[in-house]
Design a protein around this ligand. Sequence first.
Ligand code: PLP
Length: 354
Amino acid sequence: MKKHNFSAGPCILPKEVLKEASQAILNFNNDNLSLIEISHRSKPFMDVMKKAIALVKELLEVPEGYSVLFLQGGASLEFLMVPFNLMKEGGKAAYTNTGAWAKKAITEAKSLGDTVVVGDSSDKNYNYIPKGYEIPNDVDYFHCTSNNTIYGTQMKNFPTAPTLMVCDMSSDIFSRTIEVSKFDLIYAGAQKNMGPAGTTLVIVKDEILGKTGRKIPTMLNYNTHISKGSMFNTPPVFAIYVSMLTLQWLKDFGGVEAIEKTNQEKADLLYSEIDRNPLFEGTANKEDRSNMNVCFLLTDSSKEEMFNKMWQEAGINGLKGHRSVGGYRASLYNALPNESVQILVNIMRKLEQN
Ligand SMILES: *Cc1c(COP(=O)(O)O)cnc(C)c1O
């Protein structure tokens, strides 16, 4: 049975990509060797790495002076690497607290130095994006989360920071156009919109590094990985390869601008049904709604069993909301076809008619 995969992460990847990746597991490059059993320093893999970096640069129009890295440890390790590399000894950082991931990032920063929270939506279970806050002049950097995967909120605008601008874009990178030059460091775990779990994309402005006076452990130092082209140690070859294929798929699709349009259509389709259908309500503040993770509740809990049965029977996967919000979460990442959203909307309508 055909599945409609709304999983929040790891999440849907394009079918073509999965097919090509499974082929490469058996026989990569027609060399009768698997992609995962050859040296990462062999030419076939070096070419994969080169191409993956080139595609990131092309798709996001990364300006000169930035390095593109494929690291390990997930976005969660970036929570620590960022303060290690950017917070001066005895320095200070500013963070927005917009969800569970932001909170974890704050915890790591606090372990290294003075960390101030300048925008905080925890008072309403993170259902909105704080605005109008001031970023102090004396901080070493400002950190925000562009899309709050669990709560379904997304920053539509970014503040102008009087300092370095750092953003966790794990769950909406490559889903919409961004101006990389406005940021000094961007990071994203691959498994939300770029590829399988196992690698983390980091885009960092070279000139901001090496200025903290801090002793940084080798593996946590961005300069280690920049100087070795993300090959200081064995890179996660499979995750990088599949990310490369997904980025190639995105390029063939027409690039970020084209997918942004499709993503908007998918989100509009679902949100308009949530707003129209009296059986459902969205959980996020309307103007802050995420185009990637759509969180909603049933207004009539007596229909829960029936609704769950209906979507499961339709082949829908991964619709259950995160335990901290409850209800439902439909993740509409790049590879999710419009058709899947239409099927969900049809079920919501059918539920109303019953
Ligand atoms: C999933 C997610 C993370 C955590 O990523 P890991 O790769 O599992 O460490 C961090 N930030 C955001 C916004 C996420 O969606």
